[in-house]
Design a protein around this ligand. Structure first.
Ligand SMILES: Nc1ncnc2c1ncn2[C@@H]1O[C@H](COP(=O)(O)OP(=O)(O)OP(=O)(O)O)[C@@H](O)[C@H]1O
Ligand SMILES: [Mg+2]
Length: 287
């Protein structure tokens, strides 16, 4: 039987940034203003991923690996430098509106809510923006308020919320319009153990009961153990692993904790990748 087409699909997707490089010293700094030196950073270096409807996938990798950049291309915030990123068969940056109606995004490091408004007013604005039918909105808000326990701070302006409260607000906000696909970029960052537990249960239910496809990034290995059966690991913008936890265990020597295992994996692949990258830039004949 044919495999149904994936909801998320990338083919050789690549993103480079041009960043200004300063020359050393005061004079150098002045020269750089007039005549900037430009350096190219390869954030994502040709990644192929297929994610089927209803999957819950963890995207892992060390700091600066290219995880957030990949997510940003899948939402349409960033345009790939080359290759393709598709969601529901559409290219997010070309069909931003159509894609936005069907996806939800949470960037744990930055709120998407209106800073000066009470949480409830942010939700209400989103109801208008996404044209959510009133009954559906009321039903979703009631359900999310209960699951994430939003009641005690729903009337509070977002800027006065604690990190954990704000994160729960952000999660609800990203889901009010019933997205089919949700990207969560570090959704448990800075949460206390109780809030983490609550957020994880919430995500599990969302995936299991509503069939929402979830792609999440995290540095918390317990998130992975409790939520995801599939992991993709990225480093230096390249896809290094795509598979289950057990297969990954078979790949490394130290199995004590997932954290030890990941550290071992990152250290080894990072070394191998750097060697490979060095070989790539060596003139032929020397390598
Ligand atoms: N707007 C930008 N301009 C220039 N360079 C950028 C930009 N955004 C990201 N980068 C660079 O691209 C690389 C990948 O960054 P990215 O934010 O995707 O990493 P990440 O895997 O999400 O890391 P972390 O775990 O720290 O969040 C890094 O080297 C980063 O410095
Ligand atoms: Mg990131």
């Amino acid at each position: 039987m044919d495999q149904p087409s994936p909801v998320i699909r990338t083919r050789g997707v690549r993103k480079t940034f041009r960043v200004a490089k300063r020359r050393p010293g005061l004079l150098g700094g002045l020269r750089s203003v007039v005549n900037p030196l430009v350096r190219e950073v390869v954030a994502v270096d040709g990644i192929n991923i297929d994610i089927q409807r209803g999957e819950m996938v963890a995207c892992l990798g060390p700091n600066g690996a290219g995880k957030s950049t990949t997510i940003k291309m899948l939402t349409g915030i960033l345009v790939p430098s080359s290759g393709k990123a598709e969601v529901f068969g559409m290219e997010p940056h070309r069909q931003r509106r159509a894609v936005a109606q069907r996806i939800g995004v949470v960037f744990g490091q930055r709120t998407q809510l209106w800073w000066d408004l009470p949480l409830r007013d942010s939700f209400d604005l989103l109801r208008h923006i996404y044209r959510i039918p009133p009954r559906r909105f009321a039903r979703n808000l009631a359900e999310f308020s209960e699951l994430l326990q939003l009641d005690e701070f729903i009337e509070t302006p977002v800027r006065q919320l604690s990190l954990g409260q704000r994160m729960r607000g952000d999660l609800a906000a990203a889901l009010l319009h019933d997205p089919e696909v949700v990207y969560l970029d570090e959704p448990t960052i800075g949460l206390d153990v109780v809030a983490k537990h609550r957020v994880r249960s919430f995500l599990r239910e969302l995936n299991r009961d509503r069939g929402v496809t979830v792609l999440l990034t995290t540095h918390d290995m317990s998130d992975v153990e409790r939520l995801c059966s599939r992991l993709v690991i990225i480093d230096h913008g390249r896809l290094l692993y795509d598979g289950g936890l057990d297969e990954l265990r078979a790949n490394v020597e130290d199995h004590s904790t997932l954290e030890d295992m990941m550290r071992q994996f990152y250290e080894r692949t990072s070394r191998e990748l750097l060697e490979e990258l060095e070989r790539d830039v060596m003139p032929t004949g020397l390598a």
